[in-house]
Design a protein around this ligand. Structure first.
Ligand code: PEP
Ligand code: MN
Length: 276
């Protein structure tokens, strides 16, 4: 008998959550959209360009910004804009909730509730999120161990909600060249330890859009079940996380590369010079 609900019991054991026509945990999932929804026009402009490559639309409405002077999101007025886009393109939506009030606003209309890195340790919020019965995208805190992430997931699972996606988004190390250090070792370890789907967010790890494509490829190779990506129609003008935001055409190229890796035909410039 195992002690924890997150535990994998046999090599092929995996949780699969059906959402519209996607099977999270089985199909590879691209969840992408702006860091922050800035206006109805901006949301429509970016999603209109990326919807063919996206399974789930992301868009932050309540932003946990490090500086209180930074843009903190449009708030609940964006819920209807996201619902409209979701219906128009038939794509589910993921939005972060920072507290119980926001959970109550989002849960009736938003398919996936994101618990951000800063709130991974907020156990009452995890319990409240579980009670919405929505799929929960749980991001790893930037100072959390793999076991702490798994136990945070356990707080949701033990409340009777089995629909948890884990998300590696980079941790703090001595390195300053990247915003955070994308811990793909954790992804490989999580794949062994848990049946839960594991997404990777290279945008917040890299902090730099030019680093995101190679990190996406590496994440897929490490066994990720999906990617969470920030995309903006004009990254230089973004009100939040512009430097790490992809353009729509960069997202398209990432999807081509991910597909190639998943189909086992990814071609690199050089090859290992041995006969197989
Ligand atoms: C986000 O994905 O919008 C976000 C704020 O990320 P994190 O919680 O990982 O910092
Ligand atoms: Mn962001």
């Amino acid at each position: 008998m195992s002690r924890y609900m997150y535990e994998k019991h046999y090599p092929g054991h995996k949780s699969v959550f059906k959402l519209n026509d996607i099977a999270i945990g089985e199909d590879f999932v691209i969840a992408a959209g702006p860091c922050a929804v800035e206006s109805e026009q901006q949301l429509k402009a970016v999603i209109n360009q990326i919807y063919p490559y996206v399974h789930v639309v992301r868009g932050g409405l309540f932003k946990a910004r490090t500086s209180p002077h930074a843009f903190s999101g449009v708030g609940s007025s964006g819920i209807d804009w996201l619902t409209e886009v979701s219906q128009k393109y038939d794509k589910p939506v993921v939005v972060e909730a920072l507290d119980r009030e926001q959970l109550a606003l989002l849960a009736p209309k938003i398919d996936i509730i994101q618990i951000g890195a800063r709130n991974m340790y907020n156990y009452p919020l995890l319990a409240a999120a579980a009670a919405t019965e929505r799929i929960i995208l749980l991001k790893r805190h930037f100072a959390a161990t793999v076991d702490e992430l798994l136990l945070a997931a356990e707080h949701i699972l033990t409340q009777g909600n089995p629909n948890v996606i884990l998300c590696e988004r980079g941790i703090r190390t001595f390195e300053t060249r990247t915003r955070n250090c994308l811990d793909l070792g954790a992804v490989a370890a999580l794949k062994q330890l848990t049946h839960l789907p594991i997404f990777v967010d290279p945008s917040h790890a890299a902090g730099d859009a030019s680093l995101v494509p190679p990190l996406c490829r590496a994440a897929v190779a490490a066994g990720a079940d999906g990617l969470l990506l920030e995309v903006h129609q004009a990254p230089a003008k973004a009100l939040s996380d512009g430097p790490q935001s992809l353009t729509p055409s960069q997202l398209k190229q990432i999807c081509v590369d991910v597909n190639a890796i998943l189909s086992g035909v990814f071609c690199r410039d050089s090859r290992i010079n041995v006969e197989f």
